[in-house]
Design a protein around this ligand. Sequence first.
Ligand code: MRU
Length: 358
Amino acid sequence: MRDQLLAAEKVKAIEWRDGTLYLLDQRVLPFEQTWLAYHTAEGVAEAIRTMVVRGAPAIGIAAAYGLVLGVFERYAQGGHWQMALEEDFDLLVNARPTAVNLFWALNRMRERLYRIKEGDDPRPAMEAEAAAIHLSDREANLTMAQLGVDLIRKHQGNLQTVLTHCNAGALATGGFGTALGVIRAAYIEGMIERVYADETRPWLQGSRLTAWELANEGIPVTVTVDSAAAHLMKTKGLTWVIVGADRITANGDVANKIGTYQLAVAAMHHGVRFMVVAPSSTIDLNLATGEDIPLEERDGSEILNVGGQRLGAEVDAFNPVFDVTPADLIDAIVTEKGIVERPDTAKIAQLMCRKRLH
Ligand code: MRU
């Protein structure tokens, strides 16, 4: 399975080469494949804020490399460079509020910095730490892909028709994807008949990114409007909804792209299973429930304008970009440490005590 996934890998969104961070500009996909080069932490923070790079694990990885760029610049300036680096840290940490992977990665980078001996050159260690975060996310996705397939098999071994939301693919991660990693692996195993991808208004991560990733690999994909989901569940024999996550709280509540919550409600009504796939870096044990998660709201103009063209009336628009799915609507959370079925606080605590499976 691992070798087949590696062989099928076609898409990546983040590359670190010779002290420069390259990001595939996800705002213009699938029409243009443009790589943008970043040399400063400030530039990377702006890339995260403006969605050049998006998806919870991917913004964590980009921020880690962003901090490396900050170290390169500040260390070369000498003096109290660690104090100046705090400005870069603040810019990166405030780039987007919901995905905890951003804070997880930046805190891990800061802890590594604190362990460097006074007078030692911090650059090699910091570069290596960011690369390790990148690599371990990719590895976690390979493990989760296998676990997700095992879970599907355990419940229904026959051909699956699945629905996914937003983009939880290679573009959103260090490689392969979380939800799309499971879907890719299930396809390789001959278990996928069709994938329905919600278009995911207003940024269209589903129709632009997920559909593009799957079509590139010949995986049968059909795009629908977000509001078709309940109808699909009723008429198309869906077996699973499979999504990623931006933050999972101690009790198993899940923040993910706006529209995920209504999918879970509809799935429960129709007896469709609901799987969340996310690395343990997405789990935030500091927050008791989803009520505590800061949910990003973006400008209303993102709803009223399409492709730079005004299509809505001249009114206010409310644009929350994430929502919270309560744990009791979730059949399983798949992580690289293992699977939690019917999540609750005790099961999540137990999971987080385990080592990674790979
Ligand atoms: O606003 P985005 O595109 O960053 O939102 C991304 C999502 O909601 C994804 O589903 C989530 O980050 C999981 S990505 C593996």
